[in-house]
Write a protein that binds this ligand. Structure first.
Ligand code: 5GP
Ligand code: ZN
Length: 113
């Protein structure tokens, strides 16, 4: 755990967030600044700085994807959705704790900016 990381603090319950789903290892929260009618962040409860810090074989990846699938179900994203990881400065990452954006509820444009 990271004392000052905002997502670690949310995972610990020190900062409020609207939780869509929660398992032992993963939480799904609504983004405070939503970019689509559904904008949920799926993140590990333990601190992981980004994609490159989580080995490909780590079971956390399966748990994250499983939670994404469950978010899609409970949010009723029957027409589709987008999953995004913004990684590093070029990727536009602003919170250095791994999280998957799940966006849906409208037609999304491509390519991103
Ligand atoms: P990034 O830019 O790192 O890919 O995504 C970080 C996301 O976290 C942004 O979409 C931002 O709106 C969201 N965010 C930042 N601070 C908070 C917060 O305190 N609570 C919630 N629910 N979302 C946050
Ligand atoms: Zn963290």
């Amino acid at each position: 755990m990271n004392e000052t990381c905002i997502f670690c603090r949310i995972a610990r319950g020190e900062i409020p967030a609207e939780r869509v789903l929660e398992t032992d290892n993963v939480i799904a929260i609504r983004d405070v600044n939503p970019q689509a009618p559904v904008h949920v962040l799926v993140l590990p409860k333990t601190h992981v700085a980004g994609m490159l810090e989580l080995p490909a074989e780590d079971v956390t990846w399966n748990r994250l994807i499983g939670t994404v699938q469950e978010v899609v179900r409970v949010e009723g994203l029957v027409n589709g959705f987008r999953v995004v990881v913004n990684q590093g400065s070029d990727g536009g990452q602003t919170v250095p704790h791994l999280h998957l954006h799940v966006l849906g509820g409208r037609t999304l444009q491509w390519p991103p900016g």
